[in-house]
Design a protein around this ligand. Structure first.
Ligand SMILES: Nc1nc2c(ncn2[C@@H]2O[C@H](COP(=O)(O)OP(=O)(O)OP(=O)(O)O)[C@@H](O)[C@H]2O)c(=O)[nH]1
Length: 296
């Protein structure tokens, strides 16, 4: 499901998640490893009310491996536990229950000290649409689970899904919303395919993607489209448009009079980027726009 924004989403989502918090020991916050900040709800701390939390960098297979490590370190520096995961193939998924146990160690130890047998850890997956919540639930469950849409105010019929002997998760994930008001966030989510393209102007999404690629992944870009001359200045709009036109010409996106159809060129760039034809790409860096080194 691509994101569509309706007023009231945020408050309803917050209420639905907070109703579930009393049922769980730990929240699993899913982020898209390619855009960890843009795919994050800026109010998540407030929403989760101090619940223990594990941060997952999902879709890590599509993101720049070096940046995955940098982001992990960033979140650890912020005091969180963070795992790098690919829910599609299951890489990193097995570490989730172990990390949850580590986070809840004190609580578990207390139960043991009282002579109690620790009960299964109960968790809730939260994240914005399309970040991979259902895919991760199915992975953890080891089978395909019918994931139902959330209904306002209904927590009674919750199903617990067993994921191993001592780990359980709620079948209905918590839906968070990104910070739509920030245009940068919108573009980054549109580039990764989380937001419907129609909401924003395709030329603009393509332009923004191209700017990021020029700044951070010029070698890959130049190889893919056989580009000769890097932009003299990535902040110069005309230089970015020049590169887009070059890609358009190379791919035959021409209109009458020989002008380059920038919309078509944008479509090609975005399609290639999302299909991984430009390699593993991360669109944002910790402590913002720190230059990203090329993946060898
Ligand atoms: N490459 C890759 N694709 C993934 C990964 N996790 C999920 N996907 C894909 O991302 C898309 C969205 O995944 P879902 O599990 O439906 O995401 P969701 O968060 O449940 O989405 P909503 O139902 O819209 O809230 C699907 O096409 C998945 O196959 C991953 O780790 N790697």
């Amino acid at each position: 499901m691509a994101i569509q924004w309706f007023p009231g989403h945020m408050t309803r989502a917050k209420r639905q998640i907070q109703e579930k918090l009393k049922l769980i020991d730990i929240a699993i916050e899913l982020l898209d490893a390619r855009v960890p900040i843009s795919s994050r709800n800026p109010m998540v701390d407030e929403i989760l009310l101090g619940k223990p939390r594990l941060i997952i960098l999902n879709k890590s297979d599509l993101a720049d491996p070096r940046m995955n490590e940098q982001w992990k370190q960033y979140f650890e520096h912020e005091g969180h536990t963070c795992a790098i995961v690919d829910s599609n193939t299951g890489t990193g998924v097995q570490s989730i229950s172990t990390l949850a146990k580590e986070i809840l160690k004190e609580k578990i130890d207390k139960q043991i000290a009282k002579g109690m047998r620790p009960r299964a850890i109960r968790s809730l997956i939260v994240g914005i649409p399309n970040v991979g919540k259902s895919t991760l639930i199915n992975r953890l469950a080891g089978r395909s689970v019918a994931i139902t849409g959330d209904k306002p105010g209904v927590t009674k019929g919750q199903q617990w899904i067993k994921a191993g002997a001592d780990f359980e998760l709620l079948d209905t994930p918590g839906i968070l919303w990104p910070k739509f008001e920030d245009q940068m966030v919108g573009y980054r989510l549109a580039i990764t395919g989380a937001i419907r393209e129609q909401i924003l102007n395709l030329d603009d999404i393509g332009y923004y993607a191209m700017k990021m690629l020029c700044q951070r992944y010029w070698t890959t870009l130049a190889e893919r489209y056989e580009l000769s001359e890097p932009p003299a200045d990535c902040e110069d709009n005309m230089e970015i448009v020049r590169i887009m036109e070059e890609v358009g010409r190379k791919r035959g996106c021409l209109m009458s009079g020989g002008r380059v159809d920038l919309e078509k060129a944008s479509s090609i760039i975005l399609r290639d980027l999302r299909a991984g034809k430009l390699g593993r790409i991360t669109l944002e860096a910790p402590y913002d726009d720190m230059p990203v080194r090329e993946v060898e």
